[in-house]
Design a protein around this ligand. Structure first.
Ligand code: ZN
Ligand code: ZN
Length: 458
């Protein structure tokens, strides 16, 4: 097709692609008016259309102008990459949204590694693009023909899913969004990386602590071996990622795992979810501190705990959680209406690590009345902390964390309550994950956990 083009035509083409690249709408309009066929041309070597060039450079107006002329959104370049793939690689979210809105196909595979736009967005860690593509996948024909879960776990020609790529590249934001949308945490690669690697192996290789934290909190198995027989711990050690290795060491305490398979957890309202997530992060951070303490990898503590002594005195005894007698009630159980704090709610729901093959968890009951839990809500509170937070959205996590740090200053109170029969009864009702695992008990019990043998499924 490229043969026999006149000099004048290639000159116009050059101007046309140049205008698309720099976003010169006037020049573009004039060139298209003179020769409408320019809209469907591609560069000679890379076979880039103006759509590709506009998408990669984030030229939304150019993209819209060409799409509005009826040019189909899924032209492919030399590597069978669509404009959507290029926009996803470069994190041009406006162009991603426009292309999706105009019906761009999310299930195209490039010829380099047979990767989709979701692979590219995850690989480069453009979280907004990952979210946009996933949201499109829920409404487009892909959901009907392929199934949403299958799309989230789509593999390239080396068996790498978007989660594998995000973990390997150290993209914790992408890892989080993919896990929340059904990415299988235990999926093995084909020949990508070392054959039979999990996302945890790949995160261990990249040495990204945040990715490792998130994968562990979603139940990634520290004992899974790749086809060379190595567990993720060995991979991190070999790469000299010391802090990662400490967390991946099977003899260090098990992290608390987000109880994703529970129905009322998957249906949490955003505010309750943020509270519980903050509690989970806090609990795992405490555990991490214990693991890394004394090693040269100990984490810096940016917020001194002494600062919130004033705040903690505002929590009146009447609002205290009746399980830990330590923190304010923030979560309400439906339908019975009983209240407890976020860490205690998590302790109740995370009482055992879900079996990764079946992902089943026995549903916990309300610790007060043994009634079944249909929903978890944010408890209505009258404390100043709640009242001073009229717009919960941006500050949800921040609003939750001050309460979580109260416990240190109040620890002296709960040591005495530890002996009370009601406390013992409730904590045993919570199964194997005791309150001390949340850092709510004495430091003595936490230390003893470090030498515990890890629980795992054989
Ligand atoms: Zn509590
Ligand atoms: Zn109840």
């Amino acid at each position: 097709m490229g043969h026999g083009v006149s000099c004048a035509r290639t000159g116009d083409e050059h101007d046309y692609f140049r205008a698309a690249q720099v976003g010169d709408l006037d020049a573009l309009a004039a060139l298209l008016a003179a020769d409408p066929s320019l809209a469907r041309r591609a560069t000679l070597y890379d076979r880039l259309s103006a759509l590709h060039i506009a998408a990669a450079n984030g030229r939304l107006e150019v993209l819209s102008m060409i799409l509005d002329r009826g040019v189909p959104p899924d032209a492919v370049n030399r590597h069978k990459q669509t404009p959507l793939m290029l926009a996803a690689m470069h994190g041009k979210i406006d162009c991603v949204l426009k292309l999706l809105q105009d019906g761009a196909n999310i299930l195209m595979f490039d010829s380099v590694h047979a990767r989709t736009c979701l692979h590219h967005a995850a690989y480069f860690g453009h979280v907004d693009c990952v979210k946009a593509i996933l949201s499109a996948a829920q409404t487009t024909p892909v959901a009907d023909s392929w199934g949403y879960a299958r799309f989230v776990n789509v593999r390239d020609d080396h068996g790498a899913t978007p989660l594998h790529l995000a973990a390997r590249q150290g993209r914790p934001g992408s890892v989080q969004v993919l896990l929340e949308n059904g990415a299988i945490v235990s999926a093995l690669t084909g020949s990508y990386g070392f054959p039979g690697s999990t996302s945890l192996h790949l995160a261990a290789r990249s040495g990204n602590l945040d990715c490792i934290r998130k994968l562990l909190a979603w139940g990634a198995d520290r004992l899974q071996r790749d086809s060379a027989g190595r567990i993720p711990y060995a991979v991190a050690l070999k790469r000299n990622h010391g802090a990662c290795a400490a967390l991946l060491n099977p003899s260090s305490a098990e992290p608390m795992v987000w109880p994703s398979p529970l129905k009322f957890i998957s249906e949490l309202d955003p505010e309750a979810k943020a509270l519980l997530e903050a509690a989970l992060m806090e609990a795992n951070k405490e555990r991490e501190k214990k693991i890394l303490n004394g090693t040269k990898y100990s984490l810096p503590s940016p917020s001194p705990c002494d600062d919130d002594d004033d705040a903690s005195s505002e929590v009146s005894d009447a609002e205290l959680c009746c399980i830990c007698f330590d923190q304010a009630c923030s979560i309400e159980v439906e339908d019975c209406g009983h209240q407890m704090c976020a860490p205690c709610t998590l302790a109740l729901c995370c009482h055992s690590k879900p079996n990764p093959t079946t992902l089943t968890l026995p549903s916990p009951a309300c610790p007060f009345c043994r009634g079944s839990i249909s929903r978890l809500l944010v408890a209505a509170r009258t404390s100043t902390a709640a009242a001073s937070d009229p717009d919960p959205d941006p500050d949800k996590a921040a609003a939750a964390s001050p309460q979580l740090t109260h416990r240190r200053s109040r620890r002296s109170h709960n040591l005495s309550s530890e002996g009370s029969s009601s406390f013992k009864g409730l904590s045993s009702a919570m199964g194997s994950l005791s309150l001390s695992k949340l850092g709510l008990g004495s430091s003595r019990t936490i230390d003893s956990e470090l030498v515990d043998k890890p629980e795992h499924d054989l």
